[in-house]
Write a protein that binds this ligand. Structure first.
Ligand SMILES: Nc1nc2c(ncn2[C@@H]2O[C@H](COP(=O)(O)OP(=O)(O)OP(=O)(O)O)[C@@H](O)[C@H]2O)c(=O)[nH]1
Ligand SMILES: [Mg+2]
Ligand SMILES: [Zn+2]
Length: 309
């Protein structure tokens, strides 16, 4: 037997089975991963060569290589995944195995209804439920509140929940916690809306960095740079993610996009043409529903915008 040959080369399965343990990816720092075992202990891991990109929330099999270190060997199939484009415009997994996408917005930075739409569609296409949080409620004038309420009525009509919170004044936090209990949620939204601030309210013991809004630009300073999974005391997990300027949906088949609009679903399959894209086709059941006031014009406009991107 050559010295370079691994000692277990005749029985690779037995060896790896014996040493392999189940784990949960808590943070992905790029090359390095923080993996939690079934007992809640944390290990600094690297992925074995050739393994696909891992994400926060991934279920993995890994092998210890030292006291608190290991190598991730196997990625378990994902129930859900959210992708994001990296600097080179390649799609990378941001987080996996969540069942709820919490879309956080505020008036500072200015609310972007199209961004909220895109997140609801990403959630639906991933197979997760959207929840909308309007944070910084303490900053809202009566007029702000009214215009936000009327936008939220659109989302409510679709079947989405929304809540007002203030991380600053500690309001709406209990209602928010209720929506998180027993689920794995990912918190998304523009930089500076207060995602980390809300998590701090839910987990006061944790050391969570919070950024400052530059008053000059109204843009959030990018504070959270890694996606991290936190366990909630009442059960459930919450994943904090770095804020975005813009969120792109990535590659979606034009024929599939309509499935991301939950309010389109009852009308899909009722168009004259099987391959109807609901843009200008005659006999389109979705366009009829818009004309009849059953689908919001604004959401339809978002649909058209996404189809043309
Ligand atoms: N007035 C007010 N300010 C808030 C509230 N929540 C957060 N902020 C402030 O908003 C700024 C940004 O908060 P973060 O929690 O860092 O925002 P974030 O969404 O995590 O930002 P990124 O990590 O960059 O994505 C901080 O200065 C917070 O103090 C709130 O409810 N009301
Ligand atoms: Mg943050
Ligand atoms: Zn149609």
């Amino acid at each position: 037997m050559s010295a370079r040959q691994p000692p277990d080369s005749n029985q690779p399965d037995r060896k790896s089975d014996a040493a392999t343990r189940a784990g949960l990816v808590i943070v992905n720092y790029g090359k390095n991963l923080l993996v939690e075992d079934d007992d809640g202990a944390l290990y600094q891991c690297v992925a074995r060569r050739g393994l696909q990109q891992l994400a926060c929330g991934d279920a993995v099999d890994w092998q210890p290589t030292g006291e608190q270190a290991g190598v991730v060997e196997i990625l378990q199939p994902r129930n859900t995944v959210l992708l994001k484009a990296d600097g080179r415009n390649r799609q990378r997994p941001l987080a996996a195995n969540f069942d709820q996408v919490v879309i956080e917005a505020a008036t500072e930075p200015a609310m972007d209804a199209f961004l909220i739409d895109k997140y609801t569609i990403a959630a639906e296409l991933a197979g997760a439920t959207p929840l909308i949080i309007i944070n910084k409620a303490d900053l809202l004038s009566a007029a702000d509140r009214q215009s936000i309420e009327s936008l939220m009525q659109e989302f409510r009509a679709i079947g989405y929940r929304y809540l007002f919170t203030s991380a600053l004044e500690n309001t709406g936090i209990d209602a928010f916690r209720d929506q998180l209990t027993g689920r794995t949620s990912i918190l998304v939204g523009q930089s500076g809306v207060g995602k980390s601030s809300l998590i701090k309210r839910l987990l006061p013991e944790q050391d969570i960095a919070v950024g400052r809004l530059s008053t000059a630009s109204g843009q959030g300073k990018h504070t959270t740079t890694t996606t991290t999974l936190y366990h909630l005391p009442g059960g459930g997990n919450l994943i904090d993610s770095p804020g975005v300027r813009d969120f792109r949906l990535g590659e979606v088949d034009p024929n599939t996009l309509g499935n991301g609009f939950r309010e389109f679903i009852p009308h899909l399959g009722r168009c004259r043409f099987n391959d109807c894209l609901h843009l200008t086709e005659p006999g389109c059941a979705v366009i009829e529903a818009v004309n009849a006031g059953r689908i919001s014009e604004r959401r339809m406009e978002s649909y058209r915008r996404l189809q043309s991107q």
